[in-house]
Design a protein around this ligand. Structure first.
Ligand code: FES
Ligand code: FES
Length: 163
C-alpha cells in the first residue's frame, strides 16, 4: 500500500492505495470521478484519456503511484462557473457524440491537441491525432468538425488577447 497525493482538477486528493492501482481506477473508484471511462483492456480505445501534468495520457496505462505529486485534469474539471469549456460546447453544437461513451476521452484529447497546436489545426491533423481514440457510433465526422470549431475559437480568443 502507498499513500499518494494527486492534484485532481485543482484539488489535492490524498488516498491510501494498493501499488497496482491504475490512475483510471484511482479517479473512478477512489474519487468517484466516473466521467473518465474504461472502454477496453488493451489500451486502445482512449475512453480513459485525462491530462497528466499538461499532456493527454490514457489513464489505464498509468499507475496511480507514478502520478503521486502530479496534476491531473479530468472531464469533470473543464466547465467553469456553470459554463461549458469551448471544446464541450463545440461537441454539443456540432453533434460530436451519439452514445457519449467515447466523449470524455475525445474531449480531453482535443483539449490537449488544441493547446499543443495553439489552435492551428486542419482536418488531416485532427484525424491523425485522434487515432488513439475510438468511437463506435459517429463515424468521426462531427467529432472532427467540433474539434476544428473549438480550435478556431481558441485562435480567435488568442488573437483578441494579443491585440
Ligand atoms: S480504457 Fe484506456 S485505452 Fe481503453
Ligand atoms: S459516441 Fe458512441 S462511442 Fe463515440
Amino acid at each position: 500500500m502507498s499513500r499518494i497525493t494527486i492534484i485532481v482538477n485543482g484539488t489535492p486528493e490524498t488516498r491510501e492505495i494498493e501499488d497496482r492501482t491504475l490512475l483510471v481506477h484511482f479517479l473512478r473508484d477512489h474519487l468517484g470521478l466516473t466521467g473518465t471511462h474504461i472502454g477496453c483492456d488493451t489500451t486502445q480505445c482512449g475512453a480513459c484519456t485525462v491530462i497528466l501534468d499538461g499532456r493527454a495520457v490514457k489513464s489505464c496505462t498509468v499507475l496511480a503511484v507514478s502520478a503521486d505529486g502530479s496534476a491531473v485534469a479530468t472531464v469533470e474539471g473543464l466547465a467553469q462557473n456553470g459554463r461549458l469549456h469551448d471544446v464541450q460546447q463545440a461537441f454539443h453544437e456540432y453533434h460530436g457524440l451519439q452514445c457519449g461513451f467515447c466523449t470524455p476521452g475525445m474531449i480531453m484529447a482535443a483539449v490537449d491537441m488544441i493547446r499543443r497546436h495553439d489552435g492551428m489545426l486542419d482536418e488531416h491533423t485532427v484525424r491523425h491525432e485522434l487515432e488513439g481514440n475510438l468511437c463506435r457510433c459517429t463515424g468521426y465526422h462531427n467529432i472532427v468538425k467540433a474539434v476544428l470549431a473549438a480550435a478556431d475559437k481558441h485562435r480567435a480568443a488568442h488573437a483578441v488577447a494579443a491585440e
